[in-house]
Design a protein around this ligand. Structure first.
Ligand code: SF4
Ligand code: SF4
Ligand code: SF4
Length: 268
């Protein structure tokens, strides 16, 4: 289990702990104000902070800044990848969802209305503090789950996000336009998002070598062997998102608990 499960999971996965979605937590630590400012100002504030990061990331200062940035991220707004089966379990803990435009894509693509984010714990007060550009959509559990299942088939990686840890504010559906993907994985600046509690493996007997799963994997964790014409997952590279399974007609890919996969255990 990751450090968040140890600290905030009451012996379970931290994002399957009811307390972390509670109104009591939303009422504490000025979380409504923090969340509203985070969302309303993201597309204005983030280009400036990305510019500052760009200036220091190739200098010796980055070594000093990395633990501070990581600490702040974990305290305030941290994510973890979750596969679809855990998304289904998360929706047993919440009443529905509020769909809103993705704030990362506002910055990385300029699209102000790419609707990939699902608020899980917004109350009326918080919704009223968001600016009109969010044009919130209130969805039932089933509506939200149906739309997220479609995104899973398209290969979008699901993740849960804290708004002042451990309170979980939202569930995201990301591709390589995600700033967390870029900072954590593509550029390896500092960790903004944990890997899932899972890691994938391919059954060599079932795999027919079609390679569709390789295109679905955003982390380059699946390799093709031209010797035996099958694929294999590199456990050390796998984020455990599980979206590769959606395109496998042979059901050849399975997720295993990360701690049981020797080469993936302890890699977050
Ligand atoms: S984490 Fe993903 S869905 Fe959430 S704001 Fe960033 S790209 Fe959008
Ligand atoms: S999609 Fe399935 S059958 Fe095709 S290469 Fe991947 S694991 Fe093998
Ligand atoms: S191999 Fe791992 S990281 Fe890649 S899509 Fe499958 S579960 Fe996700």
């Amino acid at each position: 289990m990751c450090e968040f499960c140890v600290q905030h999971g009451e012996g379970k996965k931290w994002y399957l702990t009811m307390e972390n979605y509670s109104k009591d937590l939303l009422d504490q630590k000025n979380r409504r104000k923090y969340s509203a400012e985070f969302l309303n100002e993201f597309h204005v504030r983030t280009p400036k902070s990305m510019g500052q990061l760009e200036q220091i990331r190739r200098t010796p200062l980055m070594k000093l800044a990395k633990p501070i940035l990581t600490h702040n991220q974990k305290e305030n707004h941290y994510g973890q990848v979750v596969p679809m089966e855990d998304v289904e379990k998360i929706f047993e803990l919440v009443e529905g969802a509020v769909r809103l435009p993705c704030v990362c894509r506002r910055v990385t693509t300029g699209n102000m209305n790419a609707r990939y984010c699902y608020g899980l714990t917004m109350d009326r007060q918080l919704m009223d503090s968001l600016d009109d550009s969010f044009s919130l959509e209130i969805l039932s559990k089933e509506e939200a789950l149906d739309s997220i299942r479609k995104l899973d088939k398209e290969g979008l990686v699901h993740s849960v996000w804290t708004f002042k840890t451990p309170f979980i504010g939202g569930l995201c559906n990301c591709d390589q336009d995600c700033l967390a993907y870029r900072i954590t994985h593509a550029r390896k600046d500092y960790p903004v998002m944990f890997r899932a509690e899972w890691a994938a493996a391919v059954s060599r007997d079932a795999c027919n070598g079609c390679r569709l799963c390789m295109r679905q994997c955003q982390y380059g964790a699946i390799r093709y062997s031209s010797n035996d014409k099958k694929v294999v997952v590199d456990p050390a590279a796998c984020y455990g998102c599980g979206v590769c399974r959606a395109v496998c007609s042979r059901d050849a890919i399975t997720l295993y608990p990360r701690e049981t996969v020797k080469e993936a255990a302890g890699i977050w």
